[in-house]
Design a protein around this ligand. Structure first.
Ligand code: CA
Length: 221
């Protein structure tokens, strides 16, 4: 899951980024509304966490503009304002949910997953694929009921492939789901992660579609 965090408070942004990354999520951070808009148009993302008090523009007006331009991504609003009117206004402006500061990271994670489930029309965040079971909320994978230790990149890669449900994902789409803007991508990195997943879950878990990309295949291991 790739998250765009729009938050100008360094301390809060760092805390959220660290916590979400530890769970295998890819997090990009924008500290202004303008930067957030640029990043949204430049790369794929699954969910937006939006602080309302931004230095260059009110988060609410950014959200209204994004919705007016057709952006359909789920948005979770963070707000320090406790007034009921603000919450109602936030939801009217197109937020899917909101969280009052201060909040627990676990609460934030649960809300994010709930938003994604709703967006995907799924009732559970657990994907089963043959003998493979992925709990992306907990960041755990099981093969034939036994836990398999995966790195956060491997988890993110596996989640992207499983969520695609057999659709082919291009190398760029996979890299988008794995890496944030600020992260260096080594040209061979994706191959390395795919190699590791195949070693841990069986060579057929990821099928190479020559010249096009990858999709999840049958799990036999
Ligand atoms: Ca702020």
């Amino acid at each position: 899951m790739r998250v765009l965090l729009v938050e100008d408070d360094d301390l809060i942004a760092h805390g959220i980024q660290t916590g979400l990354r530890a769970l295998g999520l890819t997090v990009d951070c924008a500290t202004t509304a303008a930067r957030a808009e640029t990043m949204l148009s430049a790369a794929h993302c699954d969910v937006v966490i939006l602080d309302l008090g931004l230095p260059d523009e009110d988060g609410m007006s950014l959200l209204q503009r994004l919705r007016a331009s057709g952006m359909a991504l789920p948005v979770l609003v963070l707000t320090a304002r406790d007034a009921v009117e603000d919450r109602v206004a936030g939801l009217r402006a197109g937020a899917d949910d909101y969280l009052l500061k201060p909040f627990d990271l676990s609460e934030l994670v649960a809300r994010l997953h709930a938003l994604l489930r709703r967006a995907a029309g799924r009732s559970m965040d657990i994907i089963e694929h043959g003998p493979l079971r992925l709990d992306s909320e907990r960041g755990e994978a099981f093969l034939h009921g036994r836990a398999v230790i995966l790195s956060r990149r491997e988890l993110a890669l596996l989640a992207a492939l499983l969520h695609a449900r057999g659709r082919i994902l291009s190398v760029d789409q996979l890299k988008d789901s794995l890496y944030g803007f600020s992260e260096e991508i080594e040209s061979n990195a994706l191959n390395v992660h795919i190699h590791h997943l195949r070693r841990k879950l069986g060579t057929d878990i990821i099928e190479t579609v020559r010249g096009v990309g990858y999709r999840c295949g049958m799990v036999i291991a």
